[in-house]
Ligand binder design. Structure first.
Ligand code: HAM
Length: 416
């Protein structure tokens, strides 16, 4: 019986059973594709100094304001469970100095955000993402987007929508924010409470507020690109042309700004029809992050694995119940057979055959039931009589056929 004591925390999930094999297969595919594009894996710690996130993601963002799991460690230091992967990877890369030039890294693992849990929105969720270091270059942005779509396709998700936009150069973000503020100030009263606050702290976010009243105001604004320098517009146009050359369909969404402060130039999101209007399958963009005298520019993305799985379910991809099946199940009648089967089991495993058996001396019927449940395609049965005669009984669980084999030819029979 499931009780509160056996449940994980709200918004967090155990991932096991057949489902975990689907996760592993998605991860294997991701590793293979990342390798094709020259990326290697980085595993940064899950807890980091809180300042790493507040500084990188931005004090005024929803993540920093409302969603971080922050606590004091035993030494009184403020520590936060990573809400996303970029900040930790950038911290790591800054530590490498010059060596980080041209780094291409990927990561997979759990992230933490104290959000209200619902379908596709968890407090512990998993991201699969990449970071590609280098100064602003629309070719790199295009390569990164193409990689992401390639991976989604390999996973079996072909009906994704790519939405792109630009936030302009880092240096002009203040001026763009000022112009937006001037345009929005006279209509402040029409905005939702959150956006009225954002007018001072994070005016860009008003553009992608989902509330009807705010969208009405935003619709009357000129596109963000009109507030930008010609250079920024040209960068974006070149990116769009490159995506076209690569055969990537992109829809420009002039309202897309993304919820993290580090972005400059290109931002994008990937949506999938199965997830509804609110929730993106993945997000990414180009960024510039400063820390003391260091600064690092790059481009990257992260996909929410729980949402990828939801989208896959909607197109009929389900975990394979038999993925965990052993090749062979050993059935032992009596103490001698139990011991002999244990030795055989070890031998088979060393030879690469996945096998299993009952260790509790249960009845033949119970053992056959377990063999059946296990999904093993072959069952080896023996008792005292078979041991005396140096034979084993082999049952093919698919055809139902059963015959005796001598111990020397067992391996050949199991491998066919
Ligand atoms: P993000 O848009 O905050 O971007 O998150 C990326 C993806 O993580 C989302 O599109 C979504 O699929 C998933 N996700 C976010 N929050 C949750 C949640 N509570 N439950 C389930 N899934 C969630 C970033 O994190 C950036 N670091 C991406 C990036 C990398 N930009 C540049 N490099």
């Amino acid at each position: 019986m499931a009780s509160k004591n056996t449940q994980p925390l709200q918004g967090m999930e155990d991932i096991g059973g057949p489902e975990v094999y689907l996760w592993q297969s998605l991860e294997d595919t991701a590793r293979r594709i990342f390798h094709l594009y020259g990326f290697s894996e980085i595993r940064t710690p899950i807890p980091e100094r809180t300042g790493i996130f507040t500084h990188t993601i931005g004090d005024a963002t929803d993540i920093v304001q409302k969603e971080m799991y922050t606590f004091e460690d035993r030494g009184g230091r403020s520590v936060t469970l990573r809400p996303e992967g970029t900040a930790g990877v950038v911290r790591y890369l800054m530590g490498l100095g010059q060596e980080a030039r041209d780094a291409r890294l990927y990561y997979m693992g759990p992230m933490y955000r104290a959000e209200r849990p619902q379908a596709g929105r968890k407090r512990q969720f998993h991201q699969c993402g990449v970071e590609m270091v280098g100064d602003a270059n629309y070719l790199a942005d295009a390569e990164c987007i193409a990689l992401q779509l390639h991976l989604l396709e390999e996973w079996g998700l072909t009906d994704c929508n790519l939405l792109i936009n630009t936030r302009g150069e880092r240096g002009e973000s203040e001026q763009i924010a000022d112009e937006l503020r001037n345009l929005l100030q006279p209509r402040k009263g029409e905005l939702c409470d959150d956006c009225q606050r954002r007018l001072d702290s994070n005016v860009l976010r008003i553009l992608d507020c989902k509330r009807r009243e705010c969208q009405k105001v935003v619709d009357s604004l000129p596109p963000l690109t009109e507030l930008m320098k010609a250079d920024s517009r040209e960068y974006f146009e070149r990116l769009r042309a490159t995506l076209k050359e690569l055969g990537v369909d992109a829809t420009v969404d002039p309202r897309l700004v993304r919820g993290l402060d580090y972005y400059a130039h290109t931002v994008w999101e990937i949506t999938h029809p199965a997830l509804g209007a609110q929730d993106a399958l993945a997000g990414g963009g180009r960024y510039e992050i400063e820390s003391g005298k260091n600064s690092l520019a790059g481009v990257g993305f992260a996909m929410g694995m729980e949402r990828v799985l939801m989208a896959l379910k909607s197109v009929g991809v389900e975990p394979d119940e038999n993925e965990a099946a052993s090749d062979v199940w050993l059935v032992s009648m009596g103490e001698r057979a139990l011991k002999a089967n244990m030795a055989l089991e070890q031998d088979l495993r060393y030879k690469g055959i996945a096998c299993n058996m009952d260790l509790h001396g249960r009845s033949m019927k119970a053992q056959m039931r377990a063999a059946n449940r296990s999904g093993a395609r072959k069952v080896v049965i023996r008792g005292d009589d078979e041991i005396e005669r140096d034979i084993l009984v082999l049952k093919d669980m698919v055809s139902g056929e059963q015959f005796e084999v001598d111990s020397k030819s067992l391996m050949d029979r199991l491998l066919t």
